[in-house]
Design a protein around this ligand. Structure first.
Ligand SMILES: Cc1cc2nc3c(=O)[nH]c(=O)nc-3n(C[C@H](O)[C@H](O)[C@H](O)COP(=O)(O)O)c2cc1C
Length: 184
């Protein structure tokens, strides 16, 4: 089996067969989105650079997986422009934004109509080990090499081995809660 477990999106419509023998019956998307709005989460800009090009996107779906070895995961919609670049470059960096960086969150969420490499016009960007763009002002940056990508429903779950960490300036972080940015 390929390390990229790609499945066509149309196979994901409607009932979704998982581990259980019966089709899963999930709550409707609006109810799920309303519920998730109550769950505060740190805001990150996930970047990549390599042979496929340079890009980044705003993400809250980031989670620690293991500390020995250090691993985390990121969930990225396969329809995002960044999805093929992340898969092909096989490296990425999770940049956790500071409380004053909601402008960067909006830019990398595509809210200002800027795409791919043009999103890096604002901010100071450096590199660590993998060559992925590291935001110098980020609260923390996790520089990762992709070890596995699993296609689940509409998203790729991207597992990364953390090859370097950079602790940025200390201070409040940016959190998305109740459909608004908040400092924590
Ligand atoms: C606060 C916030 C959090 C987001 N979290 C995610 C996420 O975890 N995964 C995802 O695929 N998209 C997420 N998005 C949406 C992407 O940032 C957005 O679709 C972006 O334009 C993708 O860029 P691209 O199409 O250039 O790759 C989030 C957007 C916002 C505003």
């Amino acid at each position: 089996m390929s390390w990229i477990d790609q499945r066509p999106d149309d196979a994901m419509d409607g009932a979704f067969m998982a581990v259980a023998p019966e089709p899963l019956v999930c709550v409707e998307p609006p109810a799920f989105r309303e519920a998730m709005a109550r769950l505060g989460a740190a805001v990150h800009v996930v970047t990549t650079a390599g042979p496929a090009g340079k890009t980044g996107f705003t993400a809250t779906a980031v989670c620690s997986v293991s500390d020995q070895p250090a691993m985390l995961l990121v969930c990225l919609n396969r329809r995002a422009n960044s999805a093929p670049l992340l898969a092909q470059n096989s490296v990425f960096c999770v940049n956790t934004l500071g409380a004053g960086e909601s402008n960067l969150a909006d830019i990398f969420a595509g809210r200002s109509g800027v795409h791919l490499e043009e999103r890096f016009a604002i901010g100071e960007w450096i590199t660590l080990k993998t060559g992925s763009p590291v935001l110098a002002s980020a609260v923390v940056a996790f520089d990762c090499r992709t070890i596995e990508i699993k296609a689940v429903a509409s998203h790729n779950v991207i597992f990364g081995a953390v090859e370097a960490v950079r602790l940025g300036p200390s201070g409040p972080a940016l959190v998305y809660h109740d459909r608004a940015y908040k400092p924590v």
